[in-house]
Structure formats: structure tokens, C-alpha cells
Design a protein around this ligand. Structure first.
Ligand code: ACO
Length: 316
């Protein structure tokens, strides 16, 4: 009998400080109209001085665990996707594990930028399917604002902070049905924070730099390709499309190529902007009440690396 990884709990959390486009326009030379037309974004949430990815992840993880009816001691593994970890080391997953009283479960971070949550989900699913874990906490959390250059209006208007979490549990009924993950490091420079700490000093450029046009074309092409891969692998047509929430124009282009209706395509870009690894779990939190048991939920993401991938889940 197959062992499936089933999503049994979801949680999401964004910082309390919401910043709308009009407010942003007072800081940088932009406008509500430009941002909405180009991206669909109306506002984003920014973390306060003391809020880190782990801080945002804690309430999201607790919410997902409460929904699944589990406690820290039940966890076999924590996979934490983030581009903006709390420390260089240890992993933010270990810091979260301590807060959740979940020792001695395995805990580690995954760095795949906007594809991070799907990478974490794919790793968790593989461990469950292999019988190495029964209960896994998957987290995507970012303080992406910490990488933004407020003098670069082409990037700073696009991102926000937030966290999302899911519990995966072993079950005899589906479950995650198909996973496909990819990367092509030859495109590393097209979306990057090219910096490191060396000999006690920051070396390089500490801000997000992006070639917007290349990223746009890549995101559409690769999300469509990987979505088609998991449709073929699972042998199921999707009932819902939950894409990485970067930009409404990217979401619309992918949706149309996959021939999905707008009603079945989740879009919460307006409220959160691009929260990188947190965007898919936040979108699941915003939409899962509309899913029925047995619905096929197709998730796809693309981001820095370049990384991309898709996951098909039979809901319920
Ligand atoms: N406000 C006002 N004007 C702006 C802004 C801004 N925030 N940013 C750029 N402009 C100006 C430019 O200076 C340019 O002016 P010019 O014509 O006088 O030179 C003009 O707007 C057009 O600039 P373009 O870069 O051609 O604008 P475009 O329509 O291509 O949109 C955008 C830019 C929104 C960044 C687009 O390329 C895009 O959506 N790319 C994808 C980026 C993305 O989502 N990245 C997220 C991370 S990756 C991921 O998650 C998949």
C-alpha cells in the first residue's frame, strides 16, 4: 500500500504594518497606478525592527499544528524555506524548533528563494513516502524587505514580508500526487543578493538586484512547463491553480496558457505583494476554504537561482 503525504494543517501570518502604494509613493518615485497596472499589488506588509523570519513563522506554525491537532513532540522534521534567515547559522528551523518544544526532530533550512516552499514540500513528501518521517512541518517565511534598496524603484515596490506553514502527515489516502523541482544556476545573476560576510565585514552588494524582463519571461515559461509535468505525472487535471504570488500579470499569463478559469486561480498579490517562500502557503491559507475533498490543487513557483517547480496535491 502506498504511503502518501497529506496536508493536515495550514497557517499564515503577516506583520501588522501594512504599507499601501500611496504610502510607498512618498518614499520612492513611483505611483499607485504604475504599481497596480504593472503588478496588481495594492499593499504589502513589512516586518518591524525586531521581527525576523523565525518570529513571523512561529504563529503560522502554531496555527498549522493546531489545525492538524499535533504538538511539537509529534514532529519528526522541520523544513524551513527562507531567503532571509535569522542568522548565518544555525538554521532558522532550529530556532523555530526550540520555540515549538519540538526537539529532537530533524530541522534544517532550504534556500530556493520564491520556489522554496515547493522545494520544502517536495523534501517533506519524499521523507514521508520513504517511511523516514510521519509528521513534517513545512515553513516558508521571509523578511524580504531586509534586502530591498529603496533607491531602486523597479524592485522595492514588488516585495513584502510574511510566513506560511503546513503540516504533512503520512496517510494511506492521497495526498501529494506529483512533485517536480528544477534549477538552472546559469541564471544566478538575473535575480540575486550578491553578498556575503567575510572576516567580520559585509562583502558585495547587500540588495536585491533583478533583471525584470528576463525574470518575467522565465517565470511564465517555467511555471507552465513544470505545471504540465505534474499534470502528466499525476494523470489528473487541476481543479485549482495556486501559483507563486509575484505579479498578477505573470499569474494571468500562466493561467491562460494552462487554460484554467480565473475563478479557479488564486490571486492574493494585491494584499501581500511578493513574499517569496511565504507566498504559496499564504495563498493556500487565503483560498483553502474553497477547496473540496478530492479537488486537485496544482501549485507552481519560480524564483532566484533560477529555481522552479510544481506540486499536485489531492486535497482533503
Ligand atoms: N514606478 C514608476 N516607474 C517605474 C517603476 C516604479 N516602481 N519601476 C520602473 N519604472 C519605470 C522604468 O524606469 C521605465 O521608465 P522609462 O521607460 O522612462 O525608462 C518604465 O517604468 C518601464 O520600465 P520596465 O522595466 O520596462 O517596466 P515593465 O513594464 O517591464 O515592468 C516589472 C517592470 C514590473 C518589474 C516587470 O518586468 C516584471 O513584472 N518583472 C517580473 C519581476 C518579478 O515579479 N520579480 C519578482 C521576483 S521573481 C519571481 O518571484 C518570479
Amino acid at each position: 500500500m502506498n504511503t502518501y503525504a497529506k496536508i493536515t494543517g495550514l497557517g499564515g501570518h503577516v506583520p501588522s504594518r501594512a504599507v499601501d502604494n500611496a504610502t510607498l509613493s512618498q518614499w520612492v518615485d513611483t505611483s499607485d497606478q504604475w504599481i497596480q497596472t504593472r503588478t496588481g499589488i495594492r499593499q504589502r506588509h513589512f516586518a518591524g525592527e525586531t521581527e525576523l523570519a523565525g518570529t513571523l513563522a512561529l504563529p503560522a506554525a502554531k496555527q498549522a499544528m493546531a489545525q492538524a491537532g499535533i504538538e511539537g513532540a509529534d514532529l519528526d522534521m522541520i523544513v524551513f524555506a527562507t531567503t532571509t534567515p535569522d542568522r548565518v547559522y544555525p538554521a532558522t528551523a532550529c530556532l523555530l524548533q526550540a520555540e515549538l518544544n519540538a526537539a529532537p526532530c530533524a530541522a534544517f533550512d532550504v534556500q530556493a528563494v520564491c520556489s522554496g516552499f515547493l522545494y520544502a514540500l517536495g523534501i517533506g513528501e519524499a521523507m514521508v513516502a520513504a517511511g523516514r518521517a510521519k509528521t513534517v512541518l513545512i515553513v516558508g517565511a521571509e523578511v524580504f524587505s531586509s534586502t530591498l534598496d529603496w533607491k531602486d524603484r523597479a524592485t522595492c515596490v514588488l516585495f513584502g514580508d510574511g510566513a506560511g506553514a503546513a503540516i504533512l502527515q503520512a496517510d494511506s489516502s492521497p495526498g501529494v500526487m506529483a512533485v517536480r523541482l528544477y534549477a538552472d544556476g546559469r541564471y544566478a545573476d538575473n535575480l540575486t543578493v550578491n553578498a556575503r560576510i567575510r572576516n567580520g565585514e559585509l562583502q558585495g552588494d547587500p540588495y536585491t538586484r533583478m533583471d525584470g524582463g528576463t525574470v518575467f519571461r522565465f517565470a511564465v515559461e517555467k511555471m507552465v512547463e513544470s505545471a504540465q509535468d505534474v499534470i502528466a505525472k499525476s494523470g489528473s487535471a487541476p481543479d485549482w491553480l495556486v501559483l507563486h504570488q509575484a505579479n498578477s500579470r505573470i499569474i494571468e499569463a500562466v493561467r491562460k496558457r494552462l487554460k484554467m478559469s480565473a475563478e479557479r486561480c488564486v490571486n492574493c498579490v494585491a494584499d501581500y505583494a511578493n513574499t517569496s517562500a511565504a507566498s504559496i502557503p499564504l495563498a493556500l491559507c487565503a483560498s483553502s476554504s474553497r477547496f473540496s475533498a478530492g479537488d486537485n490543487v496544482l501549485m507552481a513557483a519560480a524564483g532566484g537561482g533560477f529555481t522552479w517547480g510544481a506540486v499536485m496535491v489531492e486535497w482533503g
